[in-house]
Design a protein around this ligand. Structure first.
Ligand SMILES: Nc1ncnc2c1ncn2[C@@H]1O[C@H](COP(=O)(O)OP(=O)(O)O)[C@@H](O)[C@H]1O
Ligand SMILES: N[C@@H](CCC(=O)OP(=O)(O)O)C(=O)O
Length: 372
């Protein structure tokens, strides 16, 4: 039986540092050339491919002769800048040997959090893909500090899958897939071959971080699958060393781990709201308002809001939380933080008397709200 990946027409392929750099020994040109051969085959089958390539820091460390990964952010950024040169050189030369054009795209979280820049990134990527170019994307490590980082390329891969409304996210790593426990520590761990993206059990078995070269480990892959699933993309986590891995996975062969998107994809604009890595503030609700949003698909009214945190203006993205602090939704708020604080627990009919104006009857309109 074939998996639903046999139907995928647009895919994001994310490749981790350990694989790309042969566990830190230096860029594995042979392996990269082989993935490029498979990508060329996919293109010939009319499958559009975007690559998210890690490895800049790992390659930079090697080129600078640093045997230990530094802690200082400026040193990591310098390593990324050095390594990125080598990375794109190898990708470019391997693709050109196959007669394919490639393009370097470096993104940060703030490029995706700002609505205009997000739309620009989307248009540029779509244009590249429609021109038959294979974009090679990485985080722009040189300019990002912690507050504005995506942080790891599994998440970046999911954001790109959402941005392009891809059908699949294929994560190539150094293990056969997701196991019931970290196989480096537990030899009895078994492979999870198929599960629902977003199943909370997956997060418990994926715990812990990865190798010293990469950043995420399995937990970021599981969370990336959940995120990609929201726009309808299935995720495969497979070994990049498996022969013909890309061709086989996208022919629907059940290898590695398949994490299936089961929900109806949410609309692109709502997806953008959900993908905000760092909302500008937080509004907490009472239990009745939580139910109105999550079960009844209602707008958020001020009467159900009990607390507000952060500094945000009208029109910014905020987190909407249950009384226990759990984030249940995100949305574009109609009132800034100071005015929101003044209308907490107030019925809509009193907003004008309290604030001296009525911007909108709802605190967040349902069209601008996505339940997570
Ligand atoms: N449940 C699990 N199944 C598989 N691997 C796991 C699991 N939990 C932790 N890991 C670890 O995650 C590592 C892969 O993550 P990472 O090194 O960040 O890879 P990449 O560079 O491909 O992103 C594996 O080598 C493994 O040691
Ligand atoms: N942008 C970083 C990637 C960091 C990262 O997520 O690495 P990995 O866990 O190997 O995919 C780099 O190029 O080194």
């Amino acid at each position: 039986m074939t998996t639903p990946l046999a139907q995928a027409r647009r895919v994001v392929v994310k490749i981790g540092s350990t694989l790309l750099t042969n566990t830190g020994a230096g860029l594995d040109r042979e392996a990269i050339a082989d993935w490029v051969r498979q990508i060329a085959e996919l293109r010939a089958r009319n499958i559009e491919v975007v690559v998210v390539s890690s490895g800049a820091i790992a390659e930079g460390l090697k080129r600078l002769g640093w045997t230990k990964r530094p802690h200082a952010v400026n040193e990591l950024q310098a390593a990324a800048a050095v390594g990125q040169m080598g990375l794109v050189q190898v990708w470019e030369s391997c693709f050109s040997e196959r007669g394919l054009r490639t393009a370097q795209v470096l993104l940060t979280n703030s490029d995706l959090a700002d609505r205009n820049r997000y739309l620009n990134a989307r248009t540029t990527l779509r244009t590249l893909v429609s021109l038959g170019v294979v974009p090679v994307i990485n985080e722009n490590d040189t300019v990002v500090v912690d507050e504005i980082r995506v942080g790891d390329n599994d998440t970046l891969g999911a954001l790109v899958a959402n941005l392009l409304e891809a059908d699949a996210l294929v994560i190539l790593t150094d293990q056969q897939g997701l196991y019931s426990a970290d196989p480096r520590k537990d030899p009895a761990a078994t492979l999870v071959s198929r599960a629902r993206a977003g199943d909370p059990h997956l997060e418990t078995i994926a715990g812990g971080t990865g190798s010293h070269l990469g950043s995420g480990g399995m937990i970021t892959k599981v969370l990336a699958a959940k995120r990609a699933g929201r726009s309808g993309a299935h995720t495969a986590i497979v070994s990049g060393r498996e022969p013909d891995v890309l061709s086989r996975v996208l022919a629907g062969e059940p290898i590695g781990t398949l994490l299936e998107a089961e929900r109806e994809p949410i609309a692109a604009r709502k997806q953008w709201l959900a993908d905000h890595m760092k909302p500008a503030g937080r509004i907490t609700l009472d239990a009745g308002a939580v139910k109105a949003l999550t079960h009844d698909g209602k707008s958020l009214l001020s009467i159900g809001a009990t607390a507000v945190d952060g500094h945000f203006g009208r029109g910014e993205v905020v987190s909407v939380c249950a009384p226990d602090g759990r984030e249940i939704a995100r949305g574009l708020v109609n009132y800034g933080a100071a005015d929101t604080a003044r209308i907490l627990r107030k019925p809509t009919a009193e907003i004008e008397a309290v604030l001296g104006y009525l911007a909108e009857p709802e605190l967040i309109h349902r069209d601008n709200l996505v339940v997570l």
